[in-house]
Design a binder for this molecule. Sequence first.
Ligand SMILES: *Cc1c(COP(=O)(O)O)cnc(C)c1O
Length: 361
Amino acid sequence: MPRPIEALVHADALTHNLARVRARVPDARVWAVVKANAYGHGVERVFEPLRAADGFALLDLAEAQILRSLDWRGPILLLEGVFEPRDLELCSRLNLWHAVHQTQQIDWLAAHKTHQPHRVFLKMNSGMNRLGFTPTAFRSAWARLNALPQVDEISLMTHFSDADGPLGVARQVAAFELATQDLPGERSLSNSAALLRHAGLRTDWVRAGIALYGSAPDAPEHDSAHWGLQPTMTLRSRLIGLQQLQPGDQVGYGSRYTADRSLRIGIVACGYADGYPRHCGSGTPVLVDGVRCASVGRVSMDMLAVDLSPVPAAGLGSEVTLWGRGPQAGVLAIDEVAQAAGTIGYELMCALAARVPVGLG
Ligand SMILES: *Cc1c(COP(=O)(O)O)cnc(C)c1O
């Protein structure tokens, strides 16, 4: 028998979450963002459930090739654009749309030989200072692109730094609108946080990532249930050991947990080498046979320990849910585990380790 850990990807939840996104921004077209191997879920696994999206947005040409090999003929957008001139050949061949965020990419396009003019998304740095042309440089970049025979349609995009928090998007929206007011072309502004929290923004295309994967972009202010999202990934394992502790007994590396009473703990076949965060301290929620329990002590490479007090019937082989869907319709939100580790759901999904077998469930 293989080690009892596995991850499940829930196709029905992906489809549900896409419908929630659509309901939130009914007039916008939806890019399903599938970068980072679909946030750890696997591009091949999410493709069918997300097929009703208007396009797929990603970073790696290899991921774009996977989608074309799955016979996806619709739009594909390279969110960071091309990384070297040769990439443009593949864009022509596979009909990939690509972001243009810096001058060198325009130079490459100008030198590119193609019979198929490209659709590009010109990116503005509206305040985040990551990728894109400043509002002042934006118009001349647009004019240069517009003059190129290699370029067909130019869409306009920007990305928000604070759509999930109190700063909001108003300043960036104002900068974007001022610099683009008399430019033609479709607009793409919103990520998940913006489409959920600022649903009224004028944006022809939203770029939905984390919302499709059922994690709240603004946790813990709102949880995924608040936004009507369902978890799309379950990480589950089993109890492979049991220990009876007496008051004063300690657990795990560094003896970071000391029992203050007599209690039974279970040892779970899941550790940081599976992608479970080592930073989760004692008290992180874990479901055992669907019952909410708390971890005790440090997470080690292959194991972690759980206080079994709430579930006295649990024993060897009991099912343990680290995040996602429990056995009896219960849910343990990945965002709760992320919070206990001082991070966000995104990171946990993306960090699911290669040694964990993934199935559809
Ligand atoms: C990753 C990414 C997104 C999706 O962000 P979420 O917060 O997961 O919705 C949108 N736009 C760009 C440019 C991205 O890189």
